[in-house]
Write a new protein. Structure first.
Length: 533
């Protein structure tokens, strides 16, 4: 397994890996393997399968872990436009931006890192392309518009993805800052002009005012929820619901999904719908809003803010000062590598986060995965009561515990985003994140019915998820007085300076240079196998 000292790196050098696979000439999948047998301190549990991309001058072959193989190049009249975008700095930087925010050494669950925004956007496009293939309701232009809407939805994400939203909007501020900046970002890089060459506009490919299967409110399925949901479920929680039995079917998604006459997604296999819904529903509560993960997100915000305020960068990007934090965070995660290793006097915060993450991954491997497997093993027939993220359901988890011994967590639905020192401990309020849920429509015998209407036990399960997602928490760090004082001083210093920093004027020249350089540096810091032939 990968030790905590080496968690930032893949289990072998990226350049060596690139050389080996480039010369094998048959790249169809890429794997990260554990390095040691004990499995207690690892970012990777068992094995982590990653997609592979082969880029030529005018085409790209995608070997995706969810949707299978897909080729862009001479298949559709607008494929040259997609290739222009794939080679642009706006999209290249997504190769080195983590979808699930936390870098490997701070991650609280195995197999939840090395998940790039690039992987998600091109995986989503593969899903759209395969779902519209052979469907006479969509001509070439309409298919391209659907694909572009999918691609552009995440291109404005900052380093560490939603961390940028939370830092500038607050934890409960909507998570849409990346959408608010998107038009300016696209126009700054001439995407509007590029689209015009193909008879397209930003309004129809990025900002259409329509709810359909590409983008729509929860609890309906959309391309975004289907792709990132399945991608993450298959990585770490798929055992609990045994959804991997459908992995071959997913390579032909029309065998499991259909686009109805109202342009919405339906699932055509009830058993698959049940397993997908069960797995998706625990992503917010067992991962994104799980209290120890929320604590790590809160601490990471402080570390990244400190880097932005104090210019802890060593990338050689020459910018006009002052640099607005909202411009600077449009780089890549690796820009912050040095800052995150030294954050706090003597690296106190970094060391604390790394210890918590290691403990929490061990808790999942030794205990929590057993709880989830026990609870969700029978979802093909009936749903259980929704799992409480702090409650044990089997003897091993009762004995081992579910929370890092360096953290004490209590429920606090009135929690505010604040830090204090109480009885020598550092106490952090953790209000809930944006809720996320699905209630898929299932096509049965010519009728479309929501899963909650088919099975009352899922309706109860969904109600339990809604209640759990509303919970706030309070976390206390079990650190000694010296460490605690360093972390509190850092938090107060950063937040005292933050308001003034975000009120200074922005500079489009800085933004353009940061993104341009990120596109160049992304190649050396990317997570997936991307090989230019």
């Amino acid at each position: 397994m990968i030790s905590s000292a080496n968690n930032w790196c893949l289990c072998f050098d990226l350049r060596q890996r690139s050389y080996i696979l480039d010369n094998m000439r048959e790249p169809t999948r890429e794997y990260i393997f554990p390095q040691s047998p004990e499995g207690q301190n690892s970012v990777v549990m068992d094995i982590l399968e990653l997609p592979v991309y082969e880029l030529e001058d005018d085409k790209m072959r995608i070997h995706d872990v969810v949707w299978g193989d897909c080729e862009i190049g001479d298949r559709q009249p607008y494929d040259s436009l997609l290739m222009d975008l794939a080679r642009s700095p706006l999209f290249r930087r997504l190769q080195a931006v983590e979808q699930l925010t936390l870098p490997p050494r701070f991650a609280t669950l195995p197999n939840t890192t090395y998940f790039s925004r690039w992987q998600h956007v091109w995986g989503s496009l593969a899903f759209v392309r395969k779902m519209t293939e052979g469907d006479k309701r969509f001509d070439d232009r309409q298919r391209t518009v659907l694909e572009l809407r999918t691609l552009f939805s995440d291109v404005g994400q900052t380093a560490f993805s939603h961390l940028g939203d939370w830092m500038f909007q607050g934890i409960q501020g909507g998570e849409n800052l990346h959408d608010q900046d998107l038009r300016d970002l696209l126009e700054t890089f001439g995407v509007d002009v590029l689209l015009e060459k193909y008879g397209l506009t930003l309004d129809e490919t990025v900002f259409p005012e329509v709810d359909d299967w590409v983008e729509c409110p929860s609890p309906d399925l959309c391309v975004d929820r289907v792709d990132y949901g399945l991608r993450e479920i298959l990585r770490w929680s798929g055992r609990a619901t045994d959804i991997a039995r459908y992995q071959q079917n997913l390579q032909n998604p029309q065998s499991l999904f259909r686009i109805n006459d109202q342009q919405m997604l339906e699932v055509t296999n009830e058993d698959f719908a049940r397993r997908f819904a069960a797995g998706y529903s625990i992503l917010p509560t067992e991962h994104w809003n799980q209290p120890v993960h929320r604590l790590q997100l809160e601490l990471l915000q402080t570390a990244v803010k400190r880097a932005l305020l104090e210019s802890h960068f060593s990338d050689g990007v020459f910018l006009e000062h002052p640099v607005h934090p909202r411009d600077r965070i449009h780089g890549i995660d690796a820009d912050f590598r040095f800052a995150l290793s030294t954050v706090g006097d003597g690296g106190a915060l970094s060391r604390t986060m790394q210890t918590i993450a290691s403990d929490q991954r061990q808790a999942y491997i030794a205990a929590r995965q057993l709880d989830l497997s026990y609870l969700l093993s029978n979802v093909s027939s009936s749903f259980p009561s929704f799992p409480d993220p702090l409650q044990s359901y089997c003897h091993p988890s009762e004995e081992f515990g579910l929370v890092s011994p360096h953290v004490e967590v209590t429920r606090d639905d009135e929690a505010r985003q604040e830090v204090s020192q109480e009885m020598g401990r550092i106490s952090l309020g953790l209000p809930p994140l944006k809720p996320r849920s699905i209630d898929p429509v299932v096509s049965m015998d010519g009728q479309a019915v929501r899963l909650s209407e088919i099975d009352p036990s899922f309706k109860d399960y969904l109600a339990g998820q809604t209640e759990t997602m509303r919970r706030g928490y309070r976390a206390e760090l079990m650190v000694n007085k010296k460490f605690g004082g360093k972390i509190l001083e850092l938090y107060q210093r950063v937040n005292d300076s933050w308001l003034g920093a975000v009120q200074q004027p922005r500079n489009l020249d800085n933004l353009r240079e940061i993104v341009r350089q990120a596109g160049l540096y992304g190649a050396g810091n990317r997570f997936d196998g991307i090989y230019e032939l």
